[in-house]
Design a binder for this molecule. Structure first.
Ligand code: COA
Length: 204
């Protein structure tokens, strides 16, 4: 699996020796209770299950200042769209890390995995996740109930989708190179015409 770099982060595959730190950070109630599938409490041997992506999953460990601080990734749905997920250990909240990591994962999904559309969801009481998704260009799709393993019951959730056009408006540098090349060609043609015109003899 690829290793991705952002301004402050390294996104890399999880390793077996991440299990203990994964369990400590993701097993925090404040994190587990905002995800659908992380149990509470979470033990290191259970955390092992999250370290190896199952077929079709793309799952990155987020490293900040050489420490494991969270995770971000996606899995393909039967429809072909990819469901985005992310979490961050509580000590690192509020520094823009989730936004920076999720942006890179979405960029990677569109460019390397040819993801046609992303979907995602957050529990209704999770404003931070809503803000991360909206900053990436995710569009509200509706509301539903999603199971929360940690809370032990279904929880109201908001669902979202993101196509490439919306992502390109929200994520700098995602626009297809072909489009930029097209714009560059247009500019060169325009500049050439200007030069030719300037060379034409003028009538005074
Ligand atoms: C959601 C989560 C990943 C956000 O991580 P983070 O690194 O703190 O997020 P960022 O710093 O990138 O902040 C994203 C935006 O949300 C805002 N935000 C952060 N915490 C917030 C809160 N508690 N309430 C409202 N807005 C909040 C930030 O101000 C920022 O918006 P801005 O750039 O316009 O200022 C983190 O809180 C988390 O792991 N929570 C538990 C697990 C979880 O919810 N995972 C997502 C499941 S859908």
């Amino acid at each position: 699996m690829a290793k991705l770099k952002t301004e402050r982060l390294t996104l890399r595959p999880f390793r077996r020796d991440d299990a203990e730190e994964f369990a400590r950070l993701a097993g925090d109630w404040a994190v587990a209770s905002m995800t659908s599938d992380i149990p509470f409490p979470l033990k290191a041997d259970q955390a092992m299950l999250w370290l190896t992506p199952v077929r079709g999953e793309v799952r990155f460990a987020i490293e900040y200042e050489d420490r494991l601080v969270g995770g971000a990734g996606f899995y393909s749905r039967a429809s072909g769209s990819a469901e985005l997920g992310f979490w961050l250990g509580r000590p690192w909240w509020g520094r823009g890390i989730a936004s920076e990591a999720a942006r890179e994962v979405v960029r990677h999904g569109f460019t390397r995995h040819k993801v046609p559309t992303f979907t995602s969801a957050h529990f209704a009481d999770n404003a931070a996740s809503r803000n991360v998704l909206r900053k990436l260009g995710f569009q509200p799709a509706g509301a539903c109930e999603i199971q929360c393993v940690a809370r032990g019951h279904d929880v109201s959730a908001m669902t979202y989708w993101l196509d490439r056009a919306h992502a390109e408006r929200a994520i700098p540098g995602l626009a297809r190179p072909a489009a930029s090349m097209g714009r560059l060609r247009d500019f060169i043609t325009w500049a050439r015409r200007g030069l030719e015109k300037a060379k034409e003899p003028s009538v005074s």
